[in-house]
Design a protein around this ligand. Structure first.
Ligand SMILES: Nc1ncnc2c1ncn2[C@@H]1O[C@H](COP(=O)(O)OP(=O)(O)OP(=O)(O)O)[C@@H](O)[C@H]1O
Ligand SMILES: O=C([O-])CC(=O)C(=O)O
Ligand SMILES: [Ca+2]
Ligand SMILES: [Mn+2]
Length: 660
């Protein structure tokens, strides 16, 4: 069809339109039912339907069922109490909703009159605002959904972007890892008695008053903001030992991270949430004050077990929240006879459970995420008389050099809803370059556990059959796998060895041995032998077998040899799960006295004995002795401790180390 200027008329896809007298009546859809653009926008969003119908008195067994409004009021009251200053008269006036959406906030929840805390000091007189902070509202964004948190992050937090697969890429600021030297624990009378203090302990003391000073600093900072995020969630999938946690934070990134990492309550569970068992005040963008007693930097991560509170100042690294709560579980659970573990955990189709212990970067997440097995969890578990339970609701995978081929399940979990920390991506396509270490080597993905297709929900399982201790040995002298007796398992559990080489860009660096008791000394609260005794007792009672797996170097130390190929490690792990290794032939190594199998399906036999893979045999011997010496030296401090009621076990454990 030619037009006067010679150009063809553009035809659209809507070819079903009727042409009458050359006039196109676009009547294919009914017009929108809105008179204004605001009305149109209001049509777009509907109110989430409450999943629990409001119980009316007659139908409900609970005669005094609360009205929705009353429940709402109580929820805000509870948040106001959490955010209350301890030095001023009242809690803040809290209101739900985004301050940027004026008008809507009021519809979502009326402001709550702050609760008085020291009423006896201030009788009947009408309250007069004594500070600017009591004149303003604290806007609370309560348990937002991932979509809402994405919008908050992208609108208000620099460095937040959607990647090509839909994950939320963000930056954790100046800190890209935890700050263990800035951790403080209130040493009151009870804590002085119960906790592990002194050399080797992760618990650095602070007093109650200093804690309150930092708490006040955090609370004032949070209340000075336009809005705060509040997450009410759970820890521990064992329903009898579930802990209610509240996380108050300033960043959507932190709220989404904890949404993914803690157990997400159903709407019904949320309505009856009540008072949390533990509260985190995350004021990470705000520093602590070095005039404050006990502060040695601008960062402080403070735990007060008596108050059931944690305060974060001066670090935005989200792992502090996850691991801070883990510390709390390491205190609460053993009190109930439950062992808390820095381990991954998965289960075979026949119900055989394996635990994977290991320090950071040794393979807990990588090896527990196994396409042929059900994932119970990747990092934190409890072992009680009824079996194992995951503490968390999500996984936190390292993603440096992540590949689709080697770790398909983790790769596919990086999608809408996942937080991607400190990764580098193409500014246009938003494709992530997982090899890029420009921001940090510790790039991470935090996703809800159900993003792994074979997650075991609920995340609980029967008693473990195998206990796998992972060490990434950059010295290259530990065998890829060895079978341990109980005393050896305890020896290696208490030692908690790994040697990873950090900062690989600065040329070849010496491997440095790290010994971290219970494969997580940074998180334990009691003396390591307490956890070790519990582990020994449980392994004996339920007949679990211990294994030591080296996921590190082979064919020479770091710089000479290579890291053991992941497919080989997977085959080794398969052979442990299947029981193949229980019946294999073994030979004992020199110095460490480890039982190593002579053959494993799918693994070249020569790599099973490290000396075979070293060309320089003298260097092998020397390195082996060097590492053995480090083990010995590290264990000296434990020699004077008794493990369990049976001193014969203690003697056996002491004898289970290297002999030379
Ligand atoms: N043979 C191997 N076995 C296990 N992991 C390997 C191996 N070779 C390379 N890797 C890599 O090592 C890293 C192991 O990290 P992983 O996230 O599993 O550590 P983690 O033990 O879960 O630590 P964290 O407690 O810090 O989360 C992954 O990046 C993985 O790809
Ligand atoms: O806590 C972190 O930052 C990551 C982790 O899992 C560990 O270090 O064990
Ligand atoms: Ca992990
Ligand atoms: Mn960990």
């Amino acid at each position: 069809m030619a037009t006067p200027n010679g150009l063809a008329r553009i035809e659209t896809h809507g070819t079903t339109k009727k042409h009458e007298n050359g006039v196109c009546h676009d009547d294919s859809a009914t017009p929108v039912r809105a008179q204004t653009i605001d009305e149109l926008h209001s049509l777009q969003r509907k109110r989430s339907a409450p999943t629990t119908p409001i119980k009316d008195g007659a139908a409900s067994p609970f005669a005094a069922a609360l009205s929705e409004e009353e429940r709402h009021r109580q929820q805000l009251q509870s948040i106001s109490a959490s955010l209350a200053s301890l030095t001023r008269e009242t809690g803040p006036k809290v209101v739900k909703g985004d301050p940027a959406r004026k008008g809507e906030a009021a519809a979502k929840g009326a402001p709550v009159t702050p609760q008085k805390h020291h009423q006896h000091h201030h009788p009947a007189a009408p309250t007069i605002a004594v500070s600017d902070s009591s004149l303003k509202f604290t806007h609370v964004l309560y348990n937002l959904s991932p979509a809402e948190l994405y919008e908050q992050a992208i609108k208000y937090e620099k460095g937040s972007f959607i990647t090509s697969t839909g994950a939320l890429a963000t930056l954790s600021g100046a800190k890209t890892g935890r700050s263990p030297r800035d951790k403080r624990v209130v040493k009151d009378e009870a804590a002085a008695q119960e906790l592990w203090w002194g050399k080797g302990s992760p618990n650095i003391e602070m007093d109650e008053h200093t804690f309150l000073t930092n708490r006040e600093r955090a609370v004032d900072y949070l209340n000075s903001l336009d809005k705060v995020f509040v997450n009410d969630q759970f820890l521990n999938w064992d329903p009898e030992n579930r802990i209610k946690v509240r996380i108050i934070s300033a960043r959507a990134y932190h709220s989404l991270f904890m949404h993914n990492m803690c157990i997400r309550p159903t709407d019904e569970e949320l309505e009856s949430f009540g008072t949390p068992d533990f509260t985190i005040y995350n004021a990470g963008q705000f520093p602590c004050n070095r005039y404050t007693h006990y502060m040695t930097s601008s960062t402080s991560v403070d735990i007060n077990l008596a108050r059931r509170e944690m305060v974060i100042l001066g670090t935005q690294y989200a792992g502090e929240m996850k691991k801070g709560l883990f510390g709390v579980m390491h205190y609460l659970m053993p009190k109930r006879g439950i062992l808390s573990l820095h381990s991954g955990c998965n289960m075979g189709k026949d119900g055989d459970v394996a635990l994977f212990f290991g320090l950071s970067g040794t393979g807990k997440t990588t090896l527990s995420t196994d396409h042929n097995r059900l994932l119970i969890g990747d990092d934190e578990h409890c072992w009680s008389d009824s079996g194992v339970s995951n503490i968390e609701g999500g996984c936190y995978a390292k993603c440096i050099d992540l590949s689709q081929e080697k770790e398909p399940d983790i790769w596919n979990a990086i999608k809408f809803g996942t937080v991607l920390e400190n990764v580098v991506f193409d500014e246009h396509t938003r494709e992530v370059d997982y090899t890029d270490k420009s921001v940090t080597e510790n790039t991470r993905a935090a996703y809800p556990i159900e993003f792994i297709p074979n997650a075991k929900i609920p995340c609980v399982g029967p008693h473990p059959k195998n206990v796998i201790l992972l060490a990434c040995d950059a010295y290259g002298v530990l065998p890829p796998v060895s079978k341990l007796n109980l005393a050896q398992t305890m020896y290696h559990f208490i030692s908690g060895y790994t040697a990873i080489v950090a900062g690989t860009e600065d040329g070849i660096k010496e491997p440095t041995a790290t010994f971290s008791a219970c494969f997580g000394a940074a998180f334990i609260m009691l003396h390591p032998t307490k956890y070790a005794a519990m582990l020994a007792e449980k392994m004996q009672k339920y007949g679990a077998t211990g294994w030591l797996v080296n996921t590190g170097w082979s064919g020479g130390r770091y710089g000479v040899g290579k890291r053991i190929r992941l497919p080989y490690t997977r085959k080794i792990i398969d052979a442990i799960h299947s029981g193949e290794l229980l019946t294999a032939n073994y030979k004992k190594t020199e110095v460490f006295g480890l039982e190593i199998p002579t053959e494993i399906n799918g693994v070249p036999s020569e790599i099973l004995e490290p000396i075979n893979t070293w060309t320089d045999k003298a260097a092998y011997k020397e390195t082996l002795l060097r590492l053995a010496g480090l083990f010995k030296k590290n264990f000296e401090v434990f020699a004077s401790y008794k493990i369990g009621n049976d001193s014969s076990l203690t003697d056996e454990i002491l004898a289970a180390g290297p002999n030379f």
